[in-house]
Design a protein around this ligand. Structure first.
Ligand code: FES
Length: 141
């Protein structure tokens, strides 16, 4: 067992919450890190401006799985505005820290959430998240 992961990270890695897809989601996020090749998909259900459900599928490392698990937990019950305040640092803190080399995994989780919100806003208002540009974008081909 790697000694530099917090117990919470290991726990979310072993028992990730909210894995899967939401049928007919209100927003879908899809991001990837071209360097490590990890991919994250996030689905949100929104009711009266509140995120009532969130699920994810992560094809990636343990820290990517733990951070996406935690971000879906943090975001449930939050308004869109509150959810947008969740940064990768919020996720790291909630997991009692991440080794420095694994920080980019938490950025992927933040981007997946923002990408899902961006998609939701585009669908509901016709306009995406102002200034949203994933730090990490999947490049095809
Ligand atoms: Fe890239 Fe974790 S190694 S997301």
């Amino acid at each position: 067992m790697p000694g530099n992961y917090s117990e919470k990270v290991m726990e979310h890695f072993k028992n990730p919450r909210n894995v899967g897809e939401i049928p007919n989601p209100d927003g879908t996020g899809h991001v990837g890190n071209p360097v490590c090749g990890d991919i994250m998909e996030m689905y949100i259900k929104v009711k009266d401006n509140v995120i009532v459900d969130a699920k994810f599928k992560t094809f990636g490392c343990g820290a990517a799985i733990a951070t996406s698990s935690m971000v879906t937990e943090l975001v449930k019950g939050k308004t869109i505005d509150e959810a947008l305040k969740i940064s990768n640092q919020t996720v790291i803190d909630a997991l009692d820290g991440l080794p420095p080399v694994k920080r980019h995994c938490s950025v992927l989780a933040e981007d997946a959430l923002k990408s899902a919100i961006d998609d939701y806003l585009k669908k509901s208002t016709g306009q995406g998240l102002p200034g949203f540009k994933p730090h990490t974008e999947e490049h095809h081909g």
